[in-house]
Design a binder for this molecule. Sequence first.
Ligand code: CU
Length: 470
Amino acid sequence: MDRREFLKQTSLLSVLPWVPAAIAAVPAGRRSMLELTAREGTAQLADEGGPRTRIWGYNGLVPGPMIRVKQNDWVRARLTNRLTVATTIHWHGIRIDNAMDGVSGLTQDAVKPGQSFDYAFQVPDAGTFWYHAHTRSWEQVARGLYGVLIVDEAEPVAVDNDYVLVIDDWRLGQDAQIHEASLGSLHDWSHAGRLGQWLTVNGKPHEKFSVEDGQRLRLRVVNTANARVFTLSFGALKPHVIAFDGQPVTPRPLGKFLTIAPAQRADLIIDMAADPGESAAVDVITRREVIQVAEFVYGHTRDANAKLSAPLISRLPANPLSTALDLTDPVRTGLLMEGGAMSGMKSAILKGERRSIQELIKQGAVWAFNETVGMTDTPLVSARRGQTVVIDLRNQNRWPHAMHLHGHHFKVIEREGSAVDDDAWRDTELVQPGESVSIAFVADNPGKWLLHCHMLEHRAGGMTTWLEIT
Ligand SMILES: [Cu+2]
């Protein structure tokens, strides 16, 4: 089989190894309705032979069914709630119609147990996206309510294989069940968020990818953890980054590590070169250990003489983003990020009244944007459609935060007061302790959009605000 034949076949299949075939065929075209039932299920998070873990998942699976559509297609999905609590789905990174954004209390009412809600939206951008619960997300995402949404480019990208690596960390008890007693723990909320001690990739402890010498792979890395920033090492492999958060970037060598914050995605191109029987590891590096989470295993080479020298990695076709930032007279505002442990916040405004830190702690309201905990009646920013918005994020606490903007992608224009020259457009940016980062975007999508920390405990503890575009 030559490369072209192989491409044809993979585009027909569009099924990834970890998705059971019966639910993977998701033809999310105009006519068909994809069923996503939020319900309990079990997953083999622990090693084979260990107990299965009770999770909440879309169709009882974690990750949920992979949705794969072509650019500009429609996704029609019926969320049916078979849980005992209300829920919604947010389509992370999709520049979506506001009514379909899935934020309970802002863009829709939460879907009550036994009820359903139909989502229907067009996907303007090709790339790697995901979907997840956006009601009590700190609990619902921790329990497994998330899945991957891939939007294929209009013209197939020339790779031999296209793999997904969904990374999550779980806090499990000795019985391999989700540690429920610590859900909502004030310690987690006021520190780094809920960190797990058990890693999974694609819903299992370890993933094996079959590869061949001379192949070119696209690897889509998705961080679905509540709060953990992962550091990934690819050993001797030399990946190139071709997209961040679904948006193409000028292809660049990855460097030593991939740092990927909660909710972020990175698309990598990896050229495989080794003999049959060899393997290459993907490791998660923590302060204490190196954990192998995936392995590329080289199979029989199709034709040893057919080895091509790897062609240059070309830039993915641009998505239809409004990239013309008008920085002469933008709508500009500051966002001071305060709170958390060891950060010295003395008081903040909660529901219109200034409260002492002691009172705030009692309510888990331990984070503030511009001295205010959580949502306000008036938006942080009001902009008219087409205006450029600049937000100066100032992280004045001891913790990193993964700041996520709904409905738009933004560009980092300044870091620590210096101009940034990069063509990355992100929906989630990691802001380190003490750091100042300015982001800019064209407000081209009308509606009410959240801006929040994607460390989900931080969001629940107050790190959330909103913008209105009219
Ligand atoms: Cu945060």
